[in-house]
Design a protein around this ligand. Structure first.
Ligand code: 9MR
Length: 351
């Protein structure tokens, strides 16, 4: 056999034989080909305030990761994935710890980047003193006010926007039953927003949720809440669309929905973008994921009130997805080896 024929046959065999998952196959998957200075630079050039990422304290010992994170052309905004949450910041009543949150804040502010605060009031990641205490409505009010004003006050002047209330709704558009709602009904939302705004009047106060990215009952519930808050004079500056999507399932009404939010007089941000898939990754899945990322960026691009986009960490190495959904992953624009995926090019194309 001629040597060229041999290689042609070998190439055919390699391209047709299903090889079990291994580093060899991963290396054969398509990667990014875009040659750009950075995603934040593109976002700015496109008129947006930022392209950013979530990050977490344990990740900051990973030097190759940090090198990408600290590229201010790539990421112009940072969110703490965990270290500004209630369990991290007020583990005992009245005892506040900001060391971990400050480390994330410094990453942003030392480099002149924007910081999103995440979050003041949420039914998850609460310390047990909040969830297992027996409190009157007046006490819960005071607990919310103390937490929000101390947390937001600590970061006063450093935060572009706060997710003051996180995930208040069930998927059917009813309010989640948590320690706050059970004591105060939906009034807890206004209490938190007012306390946060008073603590840092220059920070935008947001409500952030998932499954409100497309039109539907949950998005309608959020719109009704925003309308109601505005009619009562409660501060509300923005709505965060988390955008934890599944490959091939980006809502077709994303742009229309963002316009409807904007029409209420609030800004919109994409706060926690990732696009997960059932593993293993394949070339076809990565191509669809690229298209999905592009769809999301394009929708934000089309709506002037969409101020920016945050990915919920940029690498599969540190994604929350595999820990939350068995057998799923691959959700981020960089792979586990910090190699840019086609999804990166989807983001570039979206701008
Ligand atoms: O990324 C966060 C992960 O490390 C935590 O274990 C998890 C706990 O619920 O929270 C993750 O972040 C969530 C965010 O705060 C709110 N929206 C959903 C995110 C993914 O769960």
């Amino acid at each position: 056999m001629q040597i060229s024929t041999f290689f042609a046959v070998l190439g055919w065999v390699l391209s047709t034989v299903a090889i079990p998952a291994s580093p060899t196959v991963e290396a054969a998957l398509p990667t990014s080909t875009a040659n750009v200075a950075g995603l934040h630079a593109l976002a700015k050039a496109a008129g947006k305030l930022y392209f950013g990422t979530a990050t977490d304290n344990p990740e900051l010992t990973d030097q190759p990761y940090v090198a990408i994170l600290n590229n201010t052309q790539m990421f112009g905004q940072i969110t703490a994935a965990n270290s500004m949450k209630w369990d991290a910041t007020e583990p005992e009543q009245g005892v506040f710890t900001f060391t971990q949150g400050d480390q994330i804040a410094a990453l942003a502010t030392n480099d002149g980047r924007l910081l999103r605060g995440h979050n003041c009031v949420w039914h998850e990641q609460l310390p047990s003193w909040v969830t297992s205490g027996t409190f009157t409505a007046a006490e819960v009010t005071s607990i919310i006010e103390t937490h929000c004003s101390t947390l937001v006050g600590h970061y006063k002047g450093k935060v572009y926007s706060w997710d003051v209330v996180n995930e208040p709704f069930n998927d059917d558009g009813t309010f989640g039953q948590d320690v706050f709602f059970n004591a105060l009904g939906e009034d807890y939302i206004a209490i938190a927003l007012r306390a946060a705004k008073a603590a840092d009047p220059n920070a935008k106060v947001y409500i952030n949720d998932f499954n409100i990215e497309g039109t539907g009952v949950k998005a309608t519930a959020m719109k009704n809440l925003i309308t109601s808050l505005k009619s009562q004079g409660v501060p509300i500056d923005g709505v965060g669309l988390q955008c934890h999507f599944i490959v091939g399932e980006v809502p077709t009404t994303l742009e229309e929905n963002m316009r409807e939010f904007a029409a209420l007089g609030v800004e919109v941000a994409i706060t926690e973008l990732d696009v997960r898939m059932t593993l293993p990754e394949t070339a076809a899945l990565l191509e669809q994921q690229k298209a999905d990322y592009q769809t999301v960026i394009s929708a934000c691009q089309a709506v002037p009130q969409c101020v920016g986009i945050t990915v919920w960490d940029f690498t599969d190495k540190f994604s929350w997805v595999p820990g939350a959904f068995a057998g799923q992953g691959g959700a981020c624009p960089w792979d586990e080896n910090l190699v840019r995926k086609p999804a990166f090019d989807g983001i570039v194309a979206g701008f």
